[in-house]
Structures are given as C-alpha cells and as structure tokens.
Write a protein that binds this ligand. Structure first.
Ligand SMILES: Cc1ncc(COP(=O)(O)O)c(C=O)c1O
Length: 384
C-alpha cells in the first residue's frame, strides 16, 4: 500500500464522515425543497451541516452559502459581487481558481493589481500598505495559507487596512481552503467579508465547500433559476455531501492543537534529515507555515522525475500544486518568490496527514537518499 503524502491536494474521507453520509445515500430520498416529511428530513440535515460549518469558522449559519468546493466559492467571490469596472487587488500566489476569474474580470474591463511577494513566500507588508493606500481597491483578495509552500499570509492585518483606507466600500475576500482544519480560522476576527473553504481538504467529501458571506447582500448567482441557498445558488442540494461536509467541520474543531503538534513533529523529523542532503532548499522555511507542509527542491533532481521515482517506491507526493500536475512550467508561486526556473522545476511537495507516521518519514528519507545515490556522481557534484 502506497504512503499518501499529498494531503494538500485532498485528504482521505474521515470514517465518521462516511458514516454521516451513508444514510442519505442509502435510505433517505426526496428533495430538500419539498414540504413533506422526507423533504423536511433532508432540509434539517442541510441546516445542521450549515450550523456545523458556521461554528467551525465562527460565522453565523445564514452567512454560509454551500458550493461545489473551493473553486466555485472563489469564482462566486470574484464574479458575484462587482460590476465590470471594479478595481481588484490580489496576490500573484493565489490558487488558479482565483487567478482564473480575476483574468476574466480583467478581460471585461476591470483593473487587477498585484501585491509583492517576498523571497519567503509572504506578502511584503510595507509594500502592501502603500499599494493599498494609493490604489484604494474595491475588492481585495488574499489567501490565508498557500497550498504549495504552506506560508501563512497576514490576512487580518491587511483586511483591516483595506477597510480603513478605502474611501469607497472595499470588499475583502480570503481563500482559506488550505488553512481550515490545520490552523485556527476565525471569520469574525479576520475581518473579511467573504471566505472560501473546501471540505475535501479537511476530511470531508470532494465537491462540497462554502463561501462565507458577511453582508446580507446577495451575490449575482453563478447558477440562477432556483431559490436554494437563499437565492444565491440554484439547484437541488446534495444532502449526503453536505451532511459529510458538516460532520468534517465538526471533527475539524476537535483536538486542533494535538493535530497541529503531531503534524509539526512529522515535518520537523522530515526536514531535519532532509536538510542534511547537500544543496537542498526548503521553501518558506523561515516563516510561519501550515504544520503539515514541506516544499523543497534538490538542485540536481527534476521535480517530476523525482515524483515518479518516489511514486514507484510507494510514496505519493506532489510537484508544485496538484492542480498543475502534468504541466512542466515552474510553479507560479515560486516564480513570484523570485526562485530561478531551474530550481523551481525541481520542487516537490510533501503534505502530511494524521494517518502518516514517523516510521514512514524515516522510510521516505531513506528512499530519497537511495535515489540520490543512484544518480551519476558527476551529476551530484555539478549541483552541490
Ligand atoms: C488554496 C486553494 N484554493 C482553492 C482550491 C480549490 O478547491 P476545490 O478543489 O474544492 O475546488 C484549492 C485546491 O487545491 C486550493 O488549494
């Protein structure tokens, strides 16, 4: 059985989440919009899930709009609230599902400006403050944690600033997809207006997520023609998926500190030994990161080659972000950090989960050393 080390791409479904979903796949039937008993049963399960998600992030249930995951929530945040002449400010290290709609907004007449990222993969605060002042954006979007490096961004600080400096109303959005379940996330405290989350990143089912919306205003729906989600998203709800998302949210609130320290211990063990390999670079090592994420490059080993060889040896990792797999351009995150293409193309990401063990980390290190030793000596020398 392969050792799965790609939890930032997707986490295994938690067994209790499966248990929460099964009744809706096996026995329950009907439509949550129907007024009869079966419909009401589904409705109450959906509303329970909404309350569970709200509680996880310290929001109110009516602020939770369910979506098909992080990508839809990000698209709704960008496309659902603004006219075509808006002025957006964001970061170049956002996920593709945020960069895509921003590019579309630009094509339809909006302006999009970008924050500077420092060499550690974090927004440069001083530069961000002055940009915020001079640009006075209508919409500011910054991820809470990066999916590749795990670097945590100063969202709260910049959200407050965006609300203060702007003479107009500035909507603030944060993509918290990677942060939820790994670090404490508090919608109120962050002072954002919109926040994205996705269930399959914290033990829930794939294709279930939410956009948390502070204001009572309704986004222009991406899917119209139905009253579901308070008119914000039409279509019959998938009760099983939402019940699973709700259960995952409930579980994510439990033992967060214990989970963080377990994951951190695995990463420290891994990086302590990894850093003994000559020439290795661990990205964002010097800043606060998600506890489970390690993104590194060996100067003499192409990332996708290493990835395939690790896969053959029974270790499932990622090169760059999983959404870019198969594309051999360097990671846009590493490029924004000023990492040279030759090194960026060698990047491999290991993202741990709760089922991983110290023994697996030791085996991974042994495998890495073995693979490196198999390289022709000249190749290793050239790079070191
Ligand atoms: C930061 C971030 N945002 C959004 C998404 C998209 O989420 P989903 O897979 O639920 O569409 C991902 C997925 O990798 C992500 O890492």
């Amino acid at each position: 059985m392969a050792v799965y080390l790609d939890h930032n791409a997707s986490t295994p479904l938690h067994p209790e989440v499966l248990d929460a979903m099964l009744p809706f796949l096996q026995a329950a039937h009907g439509n949550a919009s129907s007024l009869h008993r079966s419909g009401r049963f589904l409705r109450s399960a959906i509303e329970q899930a909404r309350a569970q998600v709200a509680e996880l992030v310290n929001a109110r249930p009516e602020q939770v709009m369910f979506t098909s995951g992080g990508s839809e929530a990000n698209n709704t945040a960008i496309k659902g609230f603004l006219s075509s002449s808006a002025n957006f400010l964001s970061s170049p290290i956002e996920h593709a599902s945020l960069l895509g709609p921003l590019a579309q907004a630009q094509q339809s007449g909006s302006t999009v400006d970008w924050l500077e990222i420092n060499e550690h993969g974090v927004v440069d605060l001083a530069a961000a403050r002055s940009r915020m002042d001079s640009l006075q954006p209508d919409f500011f979007s910054l991820q809470l944690a990066n999916n590749e490096t795990g670097a945590i961004q100063p969202v709260g600080e910049l959200a407050r600033l965006a609300h203060q400096v702007s003479l107009k109303t500035c909507l603030v959005h944060s993509d918290a997809t990677q942060a939820i379940g790994k670090i404490e996330v508090d919608f109120e405290q962050l002072d954002v207006d919109l926040m994205t989350l996705s269930g399959h990143k914290f033990g829930g089912p794939q294709a279930a997520g939410a956009l948390i919306i502070k204001q009572t205003q309704v986004p222009v729906p991406l899917i119209s023609g139905g009253h579901q989600e308070a008119g914000r998203r039409a279509g019959t709800e998938n009760t099983a998926l939402l019940a699973g998302l709700g259960k995952a949210a409930e579980l994510a609130r439990i033992n967060l500190l214990e989970r963080q320290s377990y994951l951190l211990e695995l990463r420290r063990l891994f990086e302590r030994q990894l850093s003994q390999i000559e020439g290795v670079q661990i990205f964002s090592e010097a800043v606060e990161r998600l506890p489970n994420t390690s993104f590194f490059a060996l100067p003499f080993y192409h990332g996708e080659t290493l990835l395939m060889q690790l896969d053959q040896a029974g270790f499932e990792c990622a090169s760059g972000s999983a959404c870019q797999s198969g594309v051999t351009t360097p990671s846009h995150v590493l490029s924004a950090m000023g990492i040279a293409d030759e090194l960026a193309l060698n990047a491999v990401r290991v993202s741990f989960g709760m089922e991983n063990t110290a023994e697996q980390v030791e085996q991974l290190i042994e495998t890495l050393k073995h693979l490196i030793n198999q390289l022709p000596a000249a190749m290793r020398r050239v790079a070191c």
